[in-house]
Design a protein around this ligand. Structure first.
Ligand SMILES: NC(=O)c1ccc[n+]([C@@H]2O[C@H](COP(=O)([O-])OP(=O)(O)OC[C@H]3O[C@@H](n4cnc5c(N)ncnc54)[C@H](OP(=O)(O)O)[C@@H]3O)[C@@H](O)[C@H]2O)c1
Length: 268
């Protein structure tokens, strides 16, 4: 029996990129999917695709930077399916500019913290009573930037470190409840994230896609995520350099700084 068959999973940021690929991967197993994002048209298209694969899908158009919208989306999903088995906190934005070049660092920090961290906190708060009933799973799509310093991503890394600290702590608070926490730390994945990333002026760059020959695709990332979620794995780091980097930084932190710098320069 596929682990997510007839299991209700709410995914934020489902209209594109990793969230969309994850929805399709779970749809193959016959999951019941709550699809959250702002772009209703894209969500409806995805819902039809998921239903065509034998899944159930509910479109929940919402801006997750609004705490009320987070709570409404979670409640609507749980009411529609009669249960909630997993919440995937995936919606996010990035930046691509050195800290000193930022015209208004507080505005960029405010946006990234609100979307990448506070939205996950609000959705989690709303989902926990439901997840306690099903002994369900909380998933935090963080980043390798949640564990390391990455140049040109200072405020993005800060938001992802916040996310990691929050979910690591919550996991301990939830010991014995049956609710587990999986933290996902993708390395570069080919998505629209790098086009939407905020530049020095605080606006989306509109360019800067990654080279798919050297960077993981969304399907592979989603497959790894579903496997990790099925095992209720504590942490998934999607790249070898990300896994090595975690340990290497204890022994040779400068070497890891150099690897991070070169990775950003080469965009791979
Ligand atoms: N791609 C990478 O290299 C990479 C690496 C590490 C971690 N990650 C993380 O993976 C997650 C997904 O990123 P991605 O690469 O798949 O990015 P993406 O392709 O840009 O997708 C981002 C998703 O978030 C949604 N979103 C953005 N703002 C929202 C808001 N205010 N309310 C609701 N939904 C919102 C977008 O949908 P709408 O525009 O329709 O709202 C979209 O579905 C992010 O948390 C990112 O930090 C990505």
């Amino acid at each position: 029996m596929p682990p997510f068959k007839d299991r209700a999973v709410l995914i934020t940021g489902a209209s594109e990129g990793i969230g969309r690929a994850l929805a399709l991967e779970l749809a193959r197993q016959g999951a019941w999917l709550g699809l959250v994002a702002r772009n209703q048209g894209r969500l409806e298209e995805l819902a039809r695709e998921c239903e065509g694969m034998g899944a159930r899908a509910l479109v929940l158009t919402a801006d997750v930077t609004d705490p009320i919208a987070c709570h409404q989306a979670v409640e609507a999903c749980a009411a529609h399916f009669g249960r909630l088995d997993a919440l995937v906190n995936n919606a996010g934005d990035s930046m691509w500019a050195t800290f000193e070049s930022l015209e208004d660092p507080s505005a960029v920090a405010g946006h990234l913290l609100k979307l990448n961290f506070l939205s996950a906190m609000e959705c989690t708060r709303a989902a926990l009573p439901h997840l306690r009933r099903t002994k369900g799973l909380l998933v935090a799509v963080a980043s390798v930037a949640g564990f390391s310093g990455i140049p040109t991503r200072t405020l993005y890394a800060a938001s992802k470190h916040a996310m990691v600290g929050f979910f690591e702590s919550l996991r301990v608070e939830l010991l014995g409840s049956g609710v587990d926490v999986s933290i996902i730390a993708p390395d570069f994945v080919v998505t629209g994230l790098h086009k939407r990333a905020l530049g020095a002026d605080g606006l989306p760059l509109g360019g800067g896609t990654l080279d798919p020959r050297h960077v993981m695709g969304v399907e592979e990332c989603a497959q790894l995520m579903v496997k990790a979620m099925a095992k209720r794995q504590r942490l998934l780091i999607t790249s070898t350099r990300g896994k090595l980097g975690r340990w290497l930084r204890l022994l040779a932190p400068r070497l890891v700084d150099g690897i991070a710098r070169r990775a950003v320069e080469k965009r791979r």
